[in-house]
Design a protein around this ligand. Structure first.
Ligand SMILES: Cc1cc2nc3c(=O)[nH]c(=O)nc-3n(C[C@H](O)[C@H](O)[C@H](O)COP(=O)(O)O)c2cc1C
Length: 153
C-alpha cells in the first residue's frame, strides 16, 4: 500500500487536468479499502466473464467518472486519467489504466455503489487507474508506428 501522501499528490494532479470550459466534469473515487477494491475487481472481471483480478493485485484503484451532461466529459475524464498515470510515474509508483469502468457503472450493482458513495447525477465511468509498487521493472514501450505523426511544413 503506497503512503497516503503519495496517493493524495497523484489525485491532486488528476484534479488539475484541464477540462472543457473549465467545467471540471470528472470526479475521482480513490479506493484503498480492501473489501471495496475487491468488489470493484469482481464487478470488472464479471464484465469480461472472467474470475481473475483485472487489477493485477494493485491495492489502490482511482475510479474516474465524468458528468455526461457536459459535452466534453469523455475528453475531460481521459485527461484526468492521463494526469493520474503520469503523476504516479513521477512519484515512483506503478500504474495502469484498467478499462470497463463505463460498463461497471452502467450495471445495477455499479449504480448502487455510486449511491453508497453519495454520488448523485449522470456519471459515466471513464477508467480505473490502479496504483501500487511494481513487482517488476517497467516494461519498455513498444516501437511507435511509422505513420504516427504527420508533419505538414
Ligand atoms: C483506454 C485504455 C484502456 C486500457 N485498458 C486496459 C485494461 O483493461 N487492462 C490492462 O491490463 N491494460 C489496459 N490498458 C493499458 C494499455 O494496454 C497500456 O497502456 C499499453 O499497452 C502501453 O503500451 P506502450 O507502453 O507500448 O505505450 C489500457 C490503456 C488505455 C489507454
Amino acid at each position: 500500500m503506497p503512503e497516503k501522501e503519495l496517493i493524495t499528490q497523484i489525485v491532486e494532479a488528476g484534479t488539475y487536468a484541464p477540462t472543457g470550459m473549465g467545467k471540471q466534469s470528472p470526479i475521482i473515487v480513490a479506493v484503498t479499502n480492501k473489501e471495496m477494491r475487491n468488489r470493484l475487481s469482481q464487478l470488472n472481471a464479471g464484465i469480461m466473464g472472467s474470475e481473475s483480478d483485472p487489477f493485477y493485485g494493485a491495492p489502490v484503484v482511482l475510479v474516474v467518472l465524468a458528468d455526461k451532461q457536459c459535452p466534453t466529459y469523455l475528453y475531460d475524464g481521459a485527461l484526468v486519467m492521463g494526469n493520474l498515470l503520469n503523476a504516479a510515474h513521477a512519484v515512483g509508483l506503478g500504474s495502469c489504466w484498467i478499462h470497463r469502468a463505463k460498463e461497471v457503472f452502467d450495471t445495477p450493482e455499479g449504480k448502487s455503489l455510486l449511491r453508497e458513495w453519495g454520488i448523485e447525477g449522470e456519471y459515466e465511468g471513464i477508467g480505473n487507474c490502479i496504483l501500487g509498487y511494481s513487482a517488476q521493472e517497467a516494461p519498455q514501450p513498444k516501437p511507435r508506428k511509422a505513420d504516427y505523426v504527420h508533419y505538414i511544413d
